[in-house]
Design a protein around this ligand. Structure first.
Ligand code: ADP
Length: 478
């Protein structure tokens, strides 16, 4: 680490040096006759003074040097006028005045730069600059606040090592992008002085020298630790809510589900009885008994299928994104709601695209969307006297950056007013006496988490159509 000498110690040393130098020049100038313009050396005094004095102080020192030069000249040549000495005195005076003017100009430029740099201290963001070798050369106040390190500790250190930076992608790839575009933006992990880790949104800008070579990188970092934590808490709360809503829906479907499992179980018993009767015949009818056993097995499978799907929907688990067939997901879901459909005497029209591509998604979550849409459609048709039709269709559609897989749920129910269309997906919006108003809101979060869209429209001839668009696995993966 470089040895750091405090700024005030440096300027005191320069002040003492300037005073000693002034005295030495004056003594040599006044008491000796070297035949050279020794007072020119006052320029050095002014240069030394410029580093620590303000504008007024510098002018005062400069006037003092002029006075000393004149006094020394008059002291040495009071009796006779020496042209050479007068010219030397004039040269020295010129040197003092020119050096003073240049130093004043330099001081002004430095002040301007300092003011500009001070502006960087006003921002809340942490800004630092690192040279081509990753060594920190500038560290603003925002960085001091964010990381807990003062500038004097940070300047001179290797940035990535100092902040224990963790990059989201390979450093080489990141640097290649920076070199190509001059910019990079992304999330990084840094470690503070107290050892705590923080997430920052980092923006890098590359500065090149006059030959176009990378000279420095300015890094602006904003703390997003809290935002990320809030997002993850929100995500958890949403998942929790979605789970509760799923379990509530399953509760509403309890009668249907009981029937879906009870019916095959009753069939198992009937087939078992029949099998026994075939076997107790004299002679036993083996073929008929085998058929009864096969029916028993298929009915038991059906009951266990329903229970397996039910358990999958009721379980609370982290969302997983795997390739899945939407036609299959609709089929599985219908198993749970088909009695609701049959009891309400609804005509079900299924139109599956057999060549549908897979989507990348969470099966349980997407089934929840399908159940919500189907149950809403059925409930919307409850008060309809005429024919009740439910159409569920899947199809493919070209999208901007690939293909979409589309699911359409159309009913011939009460529909909704066009101006209400925007509200349907709002949380707690419900027109039902016992409605929670969460189904569509949760469905939208799920679809959007799958990078898809959900929309609703009122049909011309009554009823409503809900459309879910999801990118296919190839597009969603890209
Ligand atoms: P809930 O079913 O508890 O009311 P949702 O979020 O599922 O909550 O639905 C919100 C509202 O959207 C419903 O109350 C209803 O007014 C309207 N809605 C949903 N689906 C349909 C549909 N298929 N036809 C007409 N209106 C619908």
């Amino acid at each position: 680490m470089p040895i750091h000498v405090p700024a005030h110690t440096q300027s005191t040393a320069k002040g003492v040096a300037a005073i000693l130098l002034t005295i030495a020049i004056f003594v040599v100038d006044a008491l000796t006759s070297l035949g050279i313009a020794i007072a020119v050396l006052y320029a050095l005094v002014i240069i030394l003074g410029a580093a620590s004095l303000d504008r007024r102080g510098l002018i005062a020192v400069s006037v003092l040097c002029v006075v000393f030069t004149l006094v020394a000249f008059l002291f040495g040549h009071s009796d006779t006028f020496d042209t050479d000495a007068a010219i030397r005195c004039a040269i020295s005076l010129c040197a003092i005045i020119v050096t003073t003017l240049l130093s004043l100009k330099n001081q002004e430029a430095m002040l301007q730069l300092k003011n500009q740099a001070a502006l960087l201290d006003l921002t809340h963001d942490a800004i630092f600059v690192r040279d081509a070798g990753d060594t920190i050369t500038y560290w603003n106040r925002g960085s001091e606040r964010l990381y807990g390190w003062p500038a004097e500790d940070a300047v001179g250190r290797k940035a990535a090592e100092f902040l224990k930076t963790r990059f989201p992608i390979e450093l080489a790839r990141l640097q290649a992008e920076l070199l190509e575009t001059g910019r990079w933006e992304g999330e990084l992990s840094h470690t503070r002085r107290d050892g705590s880790e923080l997430k920052v949104l980092s923006r890098w800008s590359l500065h090149r020298d006059q030959h176009g070579r990378p000279a420095a990188t300015m890094e602006t970092n904003g703390d997003i630790t809290e935002r990320r934590e809030a997002e993850s808490a929100l995500h958890k709360a949403q998942a929790e809510l979605s789970h509760v809503s799923r379990v509530t829906t399953l509760g509403e479907l309890a009668a249907s589900i009981a029937h879906e499992t009870n019916q095959p179980l009753a069939a198992v018993v009937t087939n078992g009885d029949a099998g026994l009767r075939w076997l107790s015949r004299e002679p036993p009818n083996i073929d008929a008994a085998r058929m009864s056993l096969e029916k028993m097995i298929s009915n038991a499978r059906r009951a266990s299928d329903v229970i397996a799907r039910l358990r999958a929907l009721a379980r609370r688990s982290e969302a997983e994104h795997l390739p899945l067939d939407l036609n299959e997901a609709v089929d599985d879901t219908l198993l749970l709601v088909q009695r609701e459909i049959a009891e309400r005497r609804v005509d079900l029209d299924l139109s599956f695209d057999p060549a549908l591509q897979a989507v990348l998604g969470d099966r349980v979550q997407l089934q929840q969307v399908i159940i919500n849409l189907v149950m809403n459609a059925l409930q919307a048709m409850d008060d309809v006297e005429g024919p009740r039709r439910l159409r569920i269709a899947t199809r493919r559609e070209m999208a901007e950056n690939g293909q979409n897989v589309v699911l359409e749920v159309t009913d011939s129910g009460a529909g909704f007013d066009a101006e209400k269309a925007g509200k349907l997906f709002n949380a707690f919006y419900s027109t039902k006496a016992n409605g929670m108003g969460m189904g569509l809101s949760i469905s939208r979060s799920i679809v959007e988490a799958h990078h898809g869209q959900i929309s609703a429209s009122a049909n011309e001839r009554g009823g409503a159509t809900f459309i879910v668009r999801l990118p296919d696995a190839a597009t969603g993966d890209a």
